[in-house]
Design a protein around this ligand. Structure first.
Ligand SMILES: Cc1cc2nc3c(=O)[nH]c(=O)nc-3n(C[C@H](O)[C@H](O)[C@H](O)COP(=O)(O)OP(=O)(O)OC[C@H]3O[C@@H](n4cnc5c(N)ncnc54)[C@H](O)[C@@H]3O)c2cc1C
Length: 416
């Protein structure tokens, strides 16, 4: 039984691994357009001059009896045939297919974007190009996770002047509350990273090579390298029908039987906010890949069947936002809806900062900074929506999560 997976990122590889665990009789092929397999989260590290770790052990594919076709892009999926066309003209047949093609950075769509010295960071080779570019003044566009990581990486590389230009009024506006974002801004400022808020780029100026950037308010900043991290676009070209991302059901099957999608190319509903979003996080891609593999395995045994709730391993606890990083040496975790109205409780003890948002007796969002011990417990409680007593709420605020673990469901906490 032939399982084909396009994309060897965390979604694709966790699906392949799960399929192999489910049966040793499946034929599993993974195709990726890149030759080198790596974790994208490590790309800012490459910019900073660090080496990347192995994403999977070197014998991962042989040990799991998975065929890897690396360095060949999939170009086309026939609408009426279970076949995929590769860029070298080869065709691959499948009984079940997983699209795990990820996302790519958005273009800025402004003048000067194609000048030399203007980069977006998505692939290993982008990171190498940025790392090798001689520069004394850098401008980074975008105050989200990738923009912040890039600004730090450029400083780590020794560029003396780094300016981060952010459209929102604060950093990490999608992840953090104001107080949390201020702490991050202070940490970056201590690292001599300048920040400009409330501004978008208007144009990039130069003659063949970038020389400066112009902002919406008319200000101009000299720059010999510009990196842009202003959101992503899902890679949906293989899907028959897709909007911003590929739509899937709770088992990650698309509207075509036998074709699944997982990770950053999908469009999923945030269970807490009800908003449709691109997942955009490593751990969620891994989790979605696992769930999709279970759906693919079910489909192989029921080629014409319709999903019944009782047949399915549903998509675990509801999906919601998750972000983890270390910024200027400070570990940070943000989960759930941190900027939504609710009962807000803050614990600010110097290095350790905790901000919890409750809706009634349920935890809706959590920001942990400095001390992230027990982050999995907060995350689990948010996703599970479990009711909390006043005593438990207080314990969470003080970071005493182990008392909660002792009072129930410890195995689930450990599994996260
Ligand atoms: C610079 C950077 C830093 C990041 N930092 C973090 C972080 O700190 N924490 C975090 O949680 N997340 C981070 N992310 C996001 C995280 O990397 C992604 O959410 C995650 O990689 C998504 O996994 P995926 O498997 O869906 O897609 P990807 O990891 O993007 O993998 C998709 C794969 O599909 C391949 N592909 C695409 N189209 C085709 C095709 N037509 N044919 C063949 N192959 C194809 C691509 O080559 C790629 O290898 C970062 C992302 C970037 C770019």
């Amino acid at each position: 039984m032939k399982c084909l997976i396009i994309g060897a990122g965390p979604a694709g590889l966790s699906a392949a691994e799960t399929l192999r665990k489910l049966s040793d009789r499946l034929e599993i092929t993974v195709v990726d357009g890149e030759r080198l397999l790596y974790a994208r989260c490590q790309l800012p590290g490459v910019v900073a001059g660090r080496l990347i770790d192995d994403f999977r052990p070197p014998d991962f594919f042989t040990r799991n009896d998975i065929e890897l076709i690396a360095g060949k892009r999939a170009l086309f999926l026939w609408p009426d045939k279970p076949q995929v066309l590769l860029e070298d003209g080869g065709r691959l047949r499948f009984q079940v297919l997983l699209l795990a093609t990820g996302a790519r950075p958005r273009k800025l769509e402004i003048a000067g974007e194609d000048l030399r010295g203007v980069f977006r960071l998505n692939q290993y080779r982008d990171a190498l190009h940025i790392a090798r570019w001689e520069a004394g003044k850098a401008v980074v566009f975008g105050g989200g996770p990738v923009g912040v990581a890039l600004a730090e990486a450029l400083r780590d590389r020794g560029i003396p002047q780094v300016t981060l230009v952010v459209k929102a009024s604060r950093l990490l506006a999608g992840q953090l509350d104001e107080q949390g974002a201020e702490r991050v801004a202070k940490a970056l400022s201590n690292r001599k990273i300048a920040m400009v808020f409330g501004q978008n780029p208007a144009q990039i100026l130069g003659n063949k090579k970038v020389q400066s950037v112009g902002l919406e308010d008319g200000r101009e900043f000299p720059a010999d390298i510009v990196t842009a991290a202003k959101g992503v676009r899902a890679n949906v070209s293989l899907a028959l029908r897709a909007g911003t991302g590929i739509k899937v059901n709770p088992c990650f099957e698309t509207d075509r039987k036998g074709v699944f999608a997982a990770g950053d190319c999908t469009w999923v509903r945030d269970a807490l906010s009800g908003e449709t979003v691109l997942p955009g996080a490593w751990s969620l891609a891994v989790e979605q890949g696992k769930r999709a593999a279970q759906g693919m395995f079910w489909r192989l045994r029921h080629p014409e069947g319709s999903w019944q709730e009782s047949d399915l391993v549903p998509y675990g606890e509801p999906f919601t936002k998750q972000y983890a990083a270390t910024i200027a040496g400070v570990p940070l975790v943000a989960a759930g809806l941190n900027t939504y109205p609710g009962e807000v409780q803050v614990w600010d003890a110097g290095r350790a900062y905790r901000r919890l948002v409750f809706r009634g007796d349920r935890l809706l969002g959590a920001v942990l900074m400095g001390d992230i011990a027990g982050a999995g417990v907060y995350n689990w409680l948010i996703r599970k929506g479990r009711e909390l007593s006043r005593r438990e709420k207080n314990a969470l605020l003080r970071g005493e999560v182990f008392s909660l673990m002792l009072s129930g469901e410890p195995e689930q906490f450990c599994a996260k």
